[in-house]
Each structure stands twice: as C-alpha cells, then as structure tokens.
Design a protein around this ligand. Structure first.
Ligand code: TRP
Length: 338
C-alpha cells in the first residue's frame, strides 16, 4: 500500500525563494516517489485572517497554482485541490470541534504567536480574535484526516498543529472506535531560507524576499539592497562571506562560481557591487525557465481551471469515503445502516 502525503498552503501571496527551496523542492521530489500525494490550497484557512478581503484570497488561489506548476509541481503526479471545493472538510471540522477544549486551542504556540502578530485584526492583546481563527487547527485536522494523510510535510512552525491533529485523532478513535488515520509530520531537511535583509525568515509580507514572478528590474533593486558584511567598508576590504546575504544567495541558487566568490570576498578582491551584479545575472537566469512556464499558464487560464477540476474530483472522492466512515462511527448515518 502506498502511503498518503498531505500538505497545504494558504493562498495569501505569490511564492518566493523561501517556498521554492524550503518546501517546493521537497514536493517535487515526493511527487516522483511512490506516494498518494494531496496538495491543498487552503483558501478557507486563509480566510480566517483575511475574512475582510476575500478578493485577495480568490486571486491568490490561481496565482499559487501558476507559481507551483511553473516551478515543477506536476498535477498529473499529485492531487492539487482547493479546500473550499471539498465541503466534507467543513463537515469534519464541526464534528471535531467537540473533541478539543478552548483552553487547548488557546495554548497552541503557533496560533498564539499569530494572534500576537495580527494586532490590527485581532486587537492589541488578542481581545478581538475570532472563533474561526482560534479554531483553525481543528479545520487543519480535518484537512489532514479527510484524506487519511499519514505523512505531513511541514516546517517546524507547523509542528504544534500536527500535534493538535494527532490529539483529535486519538480522542476520536478512543471514543468512537478506530476510524481516523494517525498522521505524522515529515520535517523538511532544508532550514529556513533567510531574507535579503539577513532576517531569519524570508516572508511574504516582510518585503525581504525574491518572488518567482519578480521582474528583472525588481530583482536588480532587491539584490542591490541586500545586506552584506557590515565590517566591509571599502571595495577592497577583505570580508566574511558568512555574514553576507549576497553570498548566501549565490550558494542557494548554486552558482557554479561559488568557490571563486568566496575566496575573492575573503581576500578583498571582490567589491560588493560587482558581486551583486553577478548575483543579479545568475538570479535572472535561475528565474527565467520558471517565468517562461508561468507565462504559458497566464495566457491559457483554462489550463489552471482544468488542473483544479481534475485534482478536486479525486479529492472529493477520497473525502467522501472518509466522511462515510466518520458518520457511521458517530452514529449519524441514519439512512445508510448496513
Ligand atoms: N497552516 C499551513 C500554513 O500556514 C497550511 C496548511 C493548511 C496545512 N492545511 C494544512 C499544512 C494541512 C499541512 C497540512 O503553512
């Protein structure tokens, strides 16, 4: 039996190099191995903190599909689908909500951090936080279990959500009998990708990332402003490449010239401007095939529709099977008794 993989992403913006190297490459590797792989675009989850901006979420569903396919996600090798198009997920969410306490939800470290970050939406001390947002781990447990996901590829920040899902599964199976499949996280081996500003994480909204859709002009501007070794004042000062984001990105996109970049930088034989110019060139080259593929999709919106319809059909079928088992276990299968 093939193992089932499930993971998800919130459609709140385009994909950047952090997604590409942190998650995307792993998806592409896994889609070529022997798994049943569900990749969810979590629009309902995105609405939990974007309920006031549905147009943004809707727009980004298609954007993310185009970004994913352009970078190598193959919809023929995995099931790419949209959360809201599988209503069984919402049904399961309601059923699971009885199995988790409010106190437990408030303690979830990921949710706690997010509430604290979203002051404009949820108030300075989280006093305006919604039921939907505090409860999104329950909805994420439904995402996972609807497809009987066993391995859940995620970054470290998602571990508390997987743990919460495991608790729900355990409680469900204890009360209603063995029904749901127990998932486990599949931690990515790639550490977090750092931002151009040297921050620990490249983020959608932090303004420190290079996006797969960035134009040559934007790539130039962003790389020219990247953080370099602050102790290097003059063009021919020797510097420490480990303190330099330009070097970090040369390495990330696997510049074949990387040893020269490193040696020249250490020896003071390479000015930062020249080094940045080389990176700009290599970065544009790196993005080119992705952007070409993406252009094809932009010009043929029907391809994106077809991808989603195809992935969603298969996903609905699987979720319906799970739903049938769940209804039976909690004795609400009134007209289906065997
Ligand atoms: N919470 C995840 C994120 O913000 C996205 C997500 C939604 C997800 N559903 C999931 C991840 C199910 C793993 C499994 O990145």
């Amino acid at each position: 039996m093939k193992k089932t993989i499930l993971t998800g992403i919130r459609p709140t913006g385009n994909l950047h190099l952090g997604h590409y190297f942190g998650a995307g490459q792993n998806w592409i590797k896994l889609q070529n191995e022997d798994y049943d792989f569900y990749l969810e675009i979590a629009d309902i989850q995105a609405l939990t903190d974007n309920f006031d901006n549905p147009a943004k979420v809707r727009h980004n569903v298609r954007e993310i599909v185009m970004d994913m396919v352009a970078m190598g996600v193959d919809p023929n090798k995995l099931h790419l689908f949209v959360q809201s198009m599988v209503p069984e997920i919402a049904e399961l969410t309601v059923i699971y909500s009885n199995l988790v306490t409010m106190a437990r939800l408030y303690r979830n470290p990921t949710v706690k951090t997010e509430i604290a970050q979203k002051k404009a939406l949820f108030g300075n001390s989280g006093e305006s936080v919604t039921y939907g947002f505090v409860g999104y781990p329950v909805s994420q447990a439904a995402d996972i279990t609807a497809f009987e996901g066993q391995l859940i590829p995620v970054g470290e920040d998602q571990l508390p959500l997987i743990e919460q899902c495991r608790e729900i599964v355990h409680k469900f199976n204890t009360i209603y009998g063995q029904t749901l499949v127990m998932p486990e996280p599949l931690l990515s081996e790639t550490p977090r990708i750092k931002g151009l500003d040297g921050a620990e994480k490249m983020g959608k909204s932090l303004g420190n990332g290079i996006f797969l859709v960035d134009s040559e002009e934007t790539v130039k501007e962003k790389i020219m402003s990247a953080v370099t070794d602050p102790d290097k004042i003059h063009k021919d000062d020797p510097a420490n490449p480990e303190k330099c984001m330009v070097y970090y990105y040369h390495k990330l996109i696997k510049n074949k010239n990387i040893n020269t970049v490193c040696e020249e930088c250490k020896a003071g034989k390479r000015g930062c401007v020249a080094c940045k110019k080389e990176l700009i060139e290599k970065m544009i080259e790196f993005l080119k095939p992705i952007q070409e593929k993406r252009k094809e999709l932009e010009e043929n919106p029907q391809i994106v529709d077809d991808i989603l319809i195809q992935g969603t059909e298969k996903s609905i079928k699987k979720a319906k099977e799970t739903m049938k088992k769940v209804r039976k276990s909690i004795k609400i299968d009134y007209f289906n008794e065997e």
